[in-house]
Design a protein around this ligand. Structure first.
Ligand code: GLU
Length: 491
């Protein structure tokens, strides 16, 4: 059997959309499942949309997500390099190749030169719009002979090259998600293959490259499905075998609309900056449009590879649900070493103003312990500041339930007992923190909720929260004394 070769072929227009990351992921999973190769190609033939630094950014996002490729374009030490036997893998470096294949199509009578001015095309489109027709090229230049066209080109006329579609012919292909797709060529446009600037259009470049690079499966977003018949016809025109097509359902928001930048986060970078972990992001994205047969939702990359198949990719759009993403991400946060989460949380902590980087570093063990204390409650790494906020500054009790606890009859006895305990030690250590409540219970005879709730409220201003002994240890003697004193004001 032929070696499976798949590619992710983004255009460097700025950032990696999470829908793009999912496309890359499915390509990656399929390649690994089949022991094949995964290629990264850069489709930069639309020079008007090119953004400086976008290639580096794309690769950086893929690397962050752990979606590695075997061949194509890489970034090494801040430099773009290309590796593999089928290069170049950046389309703007392949212009000669496209030129050669366009000439071949013209020779075979499968493409033609078109000299229509922009003005003529605009008028045509306007006329069609008024008549309620689908805008489409009317074939005005189809009849111009190659010789005449060459003379006009020699005389300096501007031109493009168009695909010469057959009239009234069914074009058919099989899509692994959609099944059989048939479209009549009369419903299609004589697509421009080469623009007047000598650059190929996406349609020509994608077919030539997928063929020359030995791509066996084209796995891409379903927005390209309407273009595929043109590609299929191009394969026929060249006399090449077409690859398998797999069109993935669009990633939608909860209103079933395409996820767009205007509504918020869409780029991999956005999610990274918010404190999602690559494992959480990838695991969740895999489930947007695909599910394993056993219904398992927490999956490592290896498990995904093991269970992946295109048969289980849905036809309808995959809904991107941030709550579910949070749930998946929370799972990976719990699994990560706390030190790592602590490290990742530094920028957000600094930004929150609660601690400076120097303070964090100077008291690293305490910081890690603090993160450990709230780890269970995190959906995102960047939630660390809001979760530990209560451990900083003066005590302020605003919560109804906490106020009620502080006003309970046991409060003053408990505060006194706690203060007495604190005054007996130089410092609060782990041992003290773990045992102090038991001693207070013994001394006061107060136990259970009647003991823990008021103490917690007096210390944190809340009746719920992480392990009380952790809080006692983190706050330390002086903070605890201050807070107990402050709590008296609410009694
Ligand atoms: N360059 C196209 C894009 O930006 C790739 C389409 C394809 O995979 O064929 O999505």
């Amino acid at each position: 059997m032929k070696e499976v070769r798949v590619r992710f072929a983004p255009s460097p227009t700025g950032f990696l959309h999470i829908g793009g990351l999912r496309t890359a992921l499915y390509n990656y999973l399929f390649a690994h499942k089949k022991g094949g190769k995964f290629i990264l190609r850069i489709e930069d033939t639309d020079r008007t949309r090119f953004v400086e630094g976008a290639i580096e950014n794309l690769i950086e996002s893929l690397n962050w997500a752990g979606i590695t490729h075997d061949e194509g374009v890489f970034s090494e030490g801040g430099k773009i390099v290309q590796k593999g036997d089928f290069g170049p893998y950046i389309q703007s470096e392949r212009l000669d190749i496209y030129r050669k294949y366009v000439d071949e199509l013209i020779e075979k009578g499968k493409a033609y030169y078109c000299f229509c001015s922009k003005e003529r095309l605009d008028n045509l489109r306007e006329e069609q719009r008024i008549k309620g027709q689908v805008p489409k090229y009317d074939g005005f230049c189809r009849g111009i002979s190659t010789d005449e066209a060459k003379n006009r080109i020699a005389a300096g006329e501007e031109y493009v090259v168009r695909l010469k579609l057959p009239r009234n012919e069914n074009i058919e292909f099989h899509d692994a998600v959609r099944g059989k797709v048939v479209i009549n060529s009369d419903e299609m446009d004589d697509q421009v293959l080469m623009k007047s600037d000598g650059f190929p259009t996406y349609h020509l470049a994608v077919v030539v490259d997928d063929h020359l690079m030995g791509i066996t499966h084209v796995v891409r977003g379903e927005e390209w499905l309407p273009s595929t018949p043109k590609h299929v016809y191009l394969y026929q025109a060249f006399g090449w075998e077409a690859p398998e097509f797999v069109h993935l359902p669009t990633v939608l928001n909860k209103d079933r609309k395409k996820l767009s930048k205007r509504q918020g986060d869409v780029s991999v970078e956005d999610f990274r900056e918010k404190g999602y972990l690559p494992e959480g992001m990838i695991n969740y994205l895999a489930l947007v449009g695909w599910s394993p047969e056993d219904g398992e939702e927490i999956l490592s990359l290896d498990e995904m590879i093991d269970k992946f198949s295109f048969e289980r990719v849905g036809k309808s759009g995959g809904i991107f649900d941030v709550e579910k993403l949070n749930w998946v991400n929370a799972h990976y946060i719990k699994e990560y070493p706390t030190e790592k989460i602590a490290e990742l949380s530094i920028p957000s902590m600094v930004e929150s103003g609660l601690m400076t980087e120097e303070e964090i570093k100077a008291d690293w063990d305490r910081y890690v312990y603090m993160v450990e204390t709230v780890k269970e409650s995190l959906n995102r790494v960047n939630e660390v500041p809001e979760k530990v906020d209560f451990l900083f500054g003066d005590l302020e009790i605003t919560e109804e339930d906490a106020l009620e606890q502080v006003k309970s009859e046991n409060m003053s006895v408990l505060i006194e007992a706690f203060e007495a305990e604190l005054n007996q030690v130089e410092e609060v250590d782990a041992e003290f923190a773990k045992t102090v409540m038991k001693r207070i219970q013994k001394q006061t005879g107060i136990k259970g909720k009647g003991l823990y709730m008021p103490v917690r409220a007096a210390m944190t201003g809340n009746v719920h929260g992480p392990e009380l002994s952790n809080i006692i240890e983190i706050l330390g003697k002086q903070n605890l004394l201050n807070r107990l004193e402050s709590a008296r004001k609410y009694m």
